[in-house]
Design a protein around this ligand. Sequence first.
Ligand SMILES: C[S@@+](CC[C@H](N)C(=O)[O-])C[C@H]1O[C@@H](n2cnc3c(N)ncnc32)[C@H](O)[C@@H]1O
Length: 260
Amino acid sequence: MPGEGSRKGRRMAEHSAVAVGEQTRTVSLYRLKVDVEPVAAGGLTPALVELLQPKGLHCGCGTTLHRGWLNTDVCVLRGANGLRTDIGCLVRVTGRWFYQHDLSQPLPIPDGKMPRIFAEHLVEHLERRQAVAWMTEMHRMLAPGGILRLSTPDLALYMNGYADPGQAFFRRHRDTMRQMKSTVMGNSRAWMVNQLFRYWGHEWIYDQEEIVALAESAGFPGDAVRRVAFREGADAEMAALDKEIRRDESIYVEITKPGA
Ligand SMILES: C[S@@+](CC[C@H](N)C(=O)[O-])C[C@H]1O[C@@H](n2cnc3c(N)ncnc32)[C@H](O)[C@@H]1O
């Protein structure tokens, strides 16, 4: 977040350099108040995934780790015991799995075995071509009949918000940004549109049509994408993971892999 941690009294945002393929990228580092415990010396393998039988894959989890899920993010977690993750590390945090991985890269997960995938406010952080590679991986890993639940800021909400001189949506969303302790804030409609495209590490912004195009480019049929509401959908357990704080600006879809 721009300016994150710059307010007096707040913890400074920390970052760390990690190697992704040939490149080095700077990612968030989170210091946890609990221990980080290693799970497997060799990291994650397809055989280990078969053994662990996760409920699903949680992509771009940040520090929100769900029990029984394979939670993954490029960010670094540092435990109270001093153990810090690196790319390729599989660890447990209070009994929850975390796999540090850059989602623009292939995952060591077998084909067609993942029952469900959850990705809340991740896809807008991937460059468009990386998003296609990521979605193609999700299509490969999903079991037939499995669902990918995706949420992301809705371009249509922002465009309609810009066209509204009363700023109903933008006023609501500024409240949400305050709840999220944003240290930057602008009052104009143009500022709200610019922050969507230029801040927070956003790379590409979607509406329903663009999500369908992304899904199709990764091998899903267009009619596999179904618009759903906040915390609603065919997979109720997964829908329940939606965060309230993301609700006002998000579009929610379920993308089903055919062939069950
Ligand atoms: C806006 S946060 C969302 C976190 C969480 N899903 C939520 O809704 O609170 C975006 C997350 O995507 C992760 N992310 C961004 N690019 C990524 C990449 N290439 N691979 C894996 N994670 C990535 C970031 O590290 C960050 O944790």
